[in-house]
Ligand binder design. Sequence first.
Ligand SMILES: Cc1cc2nc3c(=O)[nH]c(=O)nc-3n(C[C@H](O)[C@H](O)[C@H](O)COP(=O)(O)O)c2cc1C
Length: 211
Amino acid sequence: MTSNIIERLQWRYACKKFDPSKILSEEKLNILKESFNLTATSYGLQPLKMIVIGNTEIKKKLVPLTMQQKQVQDASHVLVFCIETKLTAKYIENYFDRVEEIRNTPRAILQPFETFLVDDFSEKSSASIDAWMEKQAYLAMGNILTVCALEGIDACPIEGFEPEGYDSLLGLNALGLKSVLVLPIGYRSDDDMFANFKKVRRGIDEVIINL
Ligand SMILES: Cc1cc2nc3c(=O)[nH]c(=O)nc-3n(C[C@H](O)[C@H](O)[C@H](O)COP(=O)(O)O)c2cc1C
């Protein structure tokens, strides 16, 4: 199993050319949706949402907002990882409502931690909260990238896009969201030469320190 995972990670690459005729099944999409929701996040707060775009017209409109990277048009779907525009005390309280309901935990037991989190976040600047939320989005994308590799789904992580353009096109502000990462997903085109390129990595001896 372990070596199989390494094989899958060797198989994956940042796909530069998708086959537009190959569309992901609902089953595969559901696996990715579940994986997103199961991603570990700091404190479990999940200050994230993932937009799943399958609409051809919308995908086309994303190209000029993505430094002309055609992957967002040709991929089966485009995932957009978003963070909350503002992490409110109410948002944190809702999390504890869920813990209380799902685990049947008395609120009195949760209260000290809840108060700590509400106070802690109220003292942070919005820039530092945004940076924290963005880290959670990167974690979620990392998780999805690995799941894609295991499921034989091609993907290309994309930071090269205009977040404000995406927010406006997708109406994200009205949803209380901001886009931070883009991930076209689908199946590689037979003539994507990048699929055969050797991986360029620093090497285990250079990136690992055993003590
Ligand atoms: C956060 C992040 C942002 C990236 N942004 C882009 C991008 O905008 N366009 C692109 O073609 N590749 C992008 N990449 C892909 C990287 O260049 C690629 O993962 C790296 O060169 C390693 O190659 P491999 O993924 O094919 O093994 C991004 C990767 C990451 C992790």
